[in-house]
Design a protein around this ligand. Structure first.
Ligand code: DC
Length: 220
């Protein structure tokens, strides 16, 4: 089974994707990590994240091992890392360099320890439209900007990252605008995606709604 989960930043994609992967014994592919790895590597090497030629080279030489290593860097999940990831993810050459790695994963999905899995839950932009248009179920998870900013703010606070709620909201709105207006992989649901608005939902309610939809789909 292949499930894709797309939607704006902090809508609850990651939480849902990992919960579904666990419930259905599927591998979990957080595709944002690829863009974060490329973006962070660009910064660490002193390049601008908008330098498409350099970013393409870094994307072409990215491996899962290198991505995991970069994910241990403190800026991998910080605002700086997120911003760099957002910028490199808007570069068409970077997206095409990372496409095969994502598509190949569905042919031989594996768990984090390398054991084979029966399928995969993809988390990320364009996974339902470009990476895996043949996916069995596609979710497009949304929530209001205020709800998403509150969730992101709590995540940052838990990690000891010092940033105000107002700043998180402003950054999120700027990111949404850039993501939906860009010509490469704009933030847009696949025509056959199921819209899941998590604004008023707890994490458990979000998971339960998705499970109900998947189980109904599997019975059909
Ligand atoms: O999901 P995330 O915040 O870790 O993603 C980091 C950035 O990469 C974010 O700006 C969205 C972008 N991204 C993308 O363009 N395509 C994907 N498949 C995954 C993430």
């Amino acid at each position: 089974m292949i499930i894709t989960i797309d939607g704006p930043a902090a809508a609850g994609k990651g939480t849902l994707a990992s919960a579904l992967a666990e419930r259905y014994h599927l591998a979990y592919f957080d595709t944002g990590m690829l863009y974060r790895a490329v973006g962070l590597d660009m910064i660490l090497q002193g390049y601008s994240p908008e330098d498409e030629e350099k970013a393409e080279k870094i994307a072409q030489s990215l491996t899962f091992g290198k991505m995991i290593k970069l994910s241990e860097h403190p800026d991998f999940r910080s605002q700086i890392g997120g911003d760099a990831a957002s910028k490199v993810s808007a570069l068409p050459k970077v997206r095409s360099a990372l496409l095969k790695m994502q598509q190949d994963f569905s042919l031989n999905p594996v768990f984090a320890d390398g054991t084979p899995a029966n399928g995969v839950v993809y988390d990320g932009r364009d996974t339902g439209t470009v990476v895996c248009p043949q996916a069995d179920i596609k979710f497009f998870v949304v929530a209001s900007p205020e709800v998403r900013a509150r969730r992101r703010y709590k995540e940052f606070a838990a990690k000891g990252i010092n940033i105000s709620y107002e700043q998180v909201l402003a950054d999120l709105l700027a990111r949404d605008k850039r993501d939906s207006e860009r010509s490469t992989a704009p933030l847009k649901p696949a025509p056959d995606a199921i819209l899941l608005d998590t604004s008023g939902m707890s994490i458990q309610q979000e998971i339960d709604s998705a499970v109900k939809i998947i189980d109904k789909h599997s019975e059909a």
